[in-house]
Design a protein around this ligand. Structure first.
Ligand code: E4P
Length: 217
């Protein structure tokens, strides 16, 4: 399973990248706004900065909701860097645009996916990635990982090439369960990635080893 970081924060991207386990980055308009980025030029420059930091796919989301505006924005985003993946919302116009991007060799990430039916449509349109938001499903009282399992099962049995990119990750256990479910990619906040490191028995064991090592000096 590939690890993407789900942020537009450059310090966090650097920290995850320095671990040596980062395969890519996803952003969305909320994450970009959180960084205080303002204006078209600054937004474009921020994507390029991220692309120059991480050697892997970087999802940049369109702001438009009509076929024409999504295609126009997506072409500009894709021209920024070879690693840009155009992130398109799961709406009727978005599906049409994903098909257009597929036919024109531009990689896409179909976002805001909450059902298997939506995931089938994204795959039919040729999306490179589909992003089911499992944390938001959990938040509303359903089991988000079940949706990941269902989509992985459908894509495998139907031979769809679209990669399942588990999104809206809230904790380290989500990452483990996505790996069990067969997700191709997990996009996570830095805190969830770092959370994977933690176990109290590791801390206790290391403390003892260091003490014993010192006693031999
Ligand atoms: C997906 O790519 C989105 O950026 C993200 O995972 C949404 O997560 P949230 O539900 O924590 O906002």
């Amino acid at each position: 399973m590939k690890f993407f970081i789900d942020t537009a924060n450059l310090a966090q991207i650097k920290e995850a990248n320095d671990l040596g386990i980062l395969d890519g980055v996803t952003t969305n308009p909320s994450l970009m706004a959180k960084e205080g980025i303002k204006g078209h030029q600054a937004i474009m420059e921020h994507y390029v900065t991220i692309c120059n930091m991480v050697d892997g796919p970087v999802s940049a989301e369109v702001f438009g909701t009509t076929f024409e505006s999504i295609v126009e924005e997506g072409k500009k985003l894709a021209a920024l860097h070879k690693n840009i993946v155009v992130k398109v919302p799961m709406i009727k116009e978005g599906i049409k645009a994903i098909k257009w991007f597929t036919d024109n060799g531009i990689q896409t990430n179909c976002t805001l996916v909450f059902s298997a039916g939506q995931a089938i449509l994204a795959a039919k349109a040729g999306a490179t990635y589909v992003s089911p938001f499992l944390g938001r499903i959990d938040d509303s009282g359903w089991d988000g990982v079940q949706l990941i399992e269902q989509i992985v099962g459908i894509y495998n049995s139907q031979g769809f090439m679209t990669e399942v990119l588990a999104a809206s990750i809230r904790n380290p256990l989500h990452i483990v369960r996505c790996a069990e479910a067969g997700a191709d990619v997990c996009t996570c906040p830095l805190s969830s990635i770092l959370g994977l490191l933690k176990h109290p028995l590791t801390d206790l064991g290391l403390e003892q080893f260091l003490k014993d090592a010192k006693s031999m000096e």
